[in-house]
Design a binder for this molecule. Structure first.
Ligand code: PLP
Length: 224
């Protein structure tokens, strides 16, 4: 099942787009099956959960990204285990990451999370603040900004996400064209199971897919 799902998605999408398997609440067996089917990026929401997975995967082959909300007391561990942190949404969080990375001599690749619909309850930098926040973070020596990530708002018709993805891409290009030092606008992470096709059409080159690979999450499980 998982194998077929992954093969299907790989067949459908352009080769420049990478599939990130969103693995929250999945078993190691399920995750390994996805890797065997060709998944090369794992997206983790929980720092804690990652411990059981890192032992299983060949890190030369599979990269592990953090896609949850990072709390201060988890920053050291996160910097140690992840290949990328996709959810940096403030200078403060970036400076904690920078400090932890300095301690272990690591340059930590990050994406800046954008709250593209300016939703009050959501994490992420609002569009009008993005350039200033990125300029500030770009000064930090042990962080490397690699692009942008967005979740997009909840919509009843998935087509309604298109303008938000399009605006995130516009913002991505705007920042890229600034050619800032230490800012490498290489990745645009947007789109999930229901929206990845639209996200790719609007310029995503990482799509984060959970239920479409692994099946619907069980009721009662946390979703973020
Ligand atoms: C769970 C999750 C996804 C994938 O969601 P699905 O709808 O299961 O594809 C993508 N991004 C983030 C940040 C998530 O937490």
């Amino acid at each position: 099942m998982i194998k077929e799902n992954v093969s299907q998605i790989i067949k459908e999408i352009p080769i420049n787009v990478e599939i990130e398997a969103a693995v929250k609440n999945r078993t190691p067996e399920e995750i390994l099956e996805a890797i065997e089917a060709g998944i090369r990026i794992i997206g983790e929401n929980y720092v804690q959960e990652t411990k059981s997975i890192i032992k299983l995967v060949n890190r030369d082959e599979v990269r592990i990204h953090f896609i949850g909300h990072l709390q201060r007391n988890k920053v050291n561990k996160a910097v140690e285990v992840f290949d990328m942190i996709e959810t940096v949404d403030s200078f403060k969080l970036a400076s904690w990451i920078d400090g932890a990375a300095k301690d272990i001599n690591k340059i930590m690749p990050v994406l800046i999370e954008i709250n593209i619909a300016r939703e009050r309850q959501k994490f992420g930098v609002i569009p009008e603040d993005t350039e200033a926040v990125i300029r500030d973070i770009s000064i930090l020596k042990n962080i490397r900004i690699m692009g942008l990530m967005t979740m997009g708002p909840l919509v009843s018709d998935i087509e309604d996400l298109r303008p938000y993805f399009r605006n995130t891409k516009k913002l991505f290009i705007k920042i890229k064209d600034l050619n800032l030092n230490n800012v490498f606008m290489q990745y645009l992470s947007m789109g999930m199971s229901s929206s990845y096709k639209i996200a790719i059409e609007e310029g995503a080159n990482i799509v984060r897919i959970g239920s479409y690979i692994f099946g619907a999450r069980q009721k009662g499980n946390k979703i973020d």
